[in-house]
Design a protein around this ligand. Structure first.
Ligand code: HEC
Length: 398
């Protein structure tokens, strides 16, 4: 039996990560929604008991009557549910995946030889430094006076993340840079739960048990971190799926693309947060969609190499370039270490196959330059241009 352990481990981790992430984001969006939907309590008893808001919900065949206490109820309830493992497991599985795909596979996915010929261990250290540094920067900023001003805080944190995306791109492949921005955001979100939200809630519970009045400041701080998490969710989801889109991470201005799409995501999230509070401001949604379209137009208008810059390139030359730079992986019998079968089933062993995949080869190796993976074979710009010209002559696009 020939088991490809790293592939099966990757599958299990990715599946688990997705599930934990859905549970985390699901509950966190639900609670933000609930918070936004609360109305002042109707009954006198509730008002007296310190209920700040209530909401009626219907779901799955039953009615729910939720009440939120301003700071805490007078007595500790017997059975109190906490929400934290969703966050912790999302982070743990995410870090394990990062380790498996991008650190264990650093020479393929993290390092880009055209940019920087890093050692795998150097690359891993740089990556981890960004992730840990990201949390200390964010948490430090929250604790300064800037932290009290949500708008200013958002602006500075956004600028810092964009700067990190730019800097990471100097070290890593586009994919590697993107996933590290995602890991910074994900780590901040999980650490918010672990280091602020849950400890603050524990302190509130402890004072309740001691029969003291809990400090309202604790709940407020936790609420602020929850809100930050809420606005960071859509960008991190985008980054999670971005590795399927070389048009995003393969672009030389990929850090700007990420910034643009994150602004669009922020606007859309803000529209929904307002909407949940009963404020309809469609301008935010429209601006978010317009931002997405604008990024699309800017990316698509970018400088593609001219089709016939260097004259004639024969089919034999095309075949030779592909054999030199792609066949170690994209073959019936790959020879590249760690690649056991042709990635995503794409092989270039015959001229027919090369013709069939010509449009994708042009995208990945000529336009985006995201193949060969990590430029493991040191493909030159000249060869990329030649390949483009040869492929277009081979199968002129309709
Ligand atoms: C070191 C291994 C390796 C080499 C060398 C390599 N690839 Fe890939 N390729 C991969 C992997 C892994 C994937 C799947 C992940 C992805 O799409 O990024 C892939 C996916 C692809 C795909 C399918 C996905 C799509 O975007 O349509 C194409 C096309 C492709 N490569 C083209 C090329 C070309 C052209 C070359 C040579 C210039 C090349 N590759 C060299 C590893 C390699």
């Amino acid at each position: 039996m020939d088991i490809d352990f790293s592939a099966w481990l990757g599958l299990a981790l990715r599946w688990f990560h997705l599930m934990a992430g859905i549970m985390w984001i699901g509950t966190s969006f639900y609670f933000i929604w609930l918070q936004n939907a609360l109305k002042p309590p109707q009954s006198k008893e509730d008002k007296k008991a310190g209920v700040a808001g209530e909401a009626w919900l219907v779901h799955g065949g039953g009615f729910y009557h939720n009440k939120k206490y301003a700071v805490a109820p007078e007595h500790m309830p017997e059975d109190l549910h906490w929400f934290k493992w969703e966050a912790y497991f999302t982070w743990i599985s995410g870090m394990l995946l990062l380790g498996l795909v991008y650190y264990y596979g650093a020479s393929l996915y993290l390092i880009d030889r055209t940019k920087n010929n890093l050692d795998p261990s150097e690359a891993v250290l740089i990556g981890l430094a960004f992730i840990i540094g990201g949390w200390f920067f964010y948490d430090g900023l929250c604790k300064t006076s800037v932290g009290k001003n949500n708008g200013l805080f958002g602006l500075i944190w956004f600028a810092a993340l964009t700067a990190a995306a730019y800097a990471l791109n100097q070290f890593f492949s586009g994919r590697g840079a993107f996933i590290h921005v995602g890991a910074i955001i994900g780590t901040v979100m999980a650490a918010n739960v672990f280091a602020i939200i849950i400890p603050n809630q524990k302190k509130v519970v402890a004072s309740l048990l001691a029969g003291e009045k809990p400090d309202p400041y604790l709940g407020k701080k936790a609420g602020q971190r929850s809100l930050h998490n809420n606005y960071m969710t859509l960008p991190v989801l985008l980054i999670m799926i971005s590795n399927h889109y070389p048009m995003l991470f393969g672009n030389p201005h990929n850090w700007l693309i990420l910034a643009g799409l994150s602004v669009a995501a922020w606007l859309i999230r803000h529209f929904f947060n307002l909407d949940e509070m009963g404020i309809k401001n469609y301008w935010y949604a429209a601006a978010g969609v317009a931002g997405f379209v604008l990024v699309m137009l800017l990316v698509s208008g970018g400088g593609k190499p001219p089709a016939s810059a260097t004259g004639q390139v024969s089919p034999a030359e095309v075949r030779q370039i592909v054999r030199t730079h792609c066949s170690a992986c994209h073959s019936d019998t790959p020879t590249y270490e760690g690649i056991t079968e042709a990635p995503t089933g794409v092989m270039f062993d015959t001229m027919e196959e090369i013709k069939k995949y010509a449009p994708r080869i042009i995208v990945r190796a000529v336009q985006d330059g995201t193949m060969p993976l990590g430029n493991t074979t040191n493909m030159t710009d000249e060869e990329r241009k030649k390949l483009g010209v040869g492929l277009r002559e081979l199968s002129p696009s309709p």
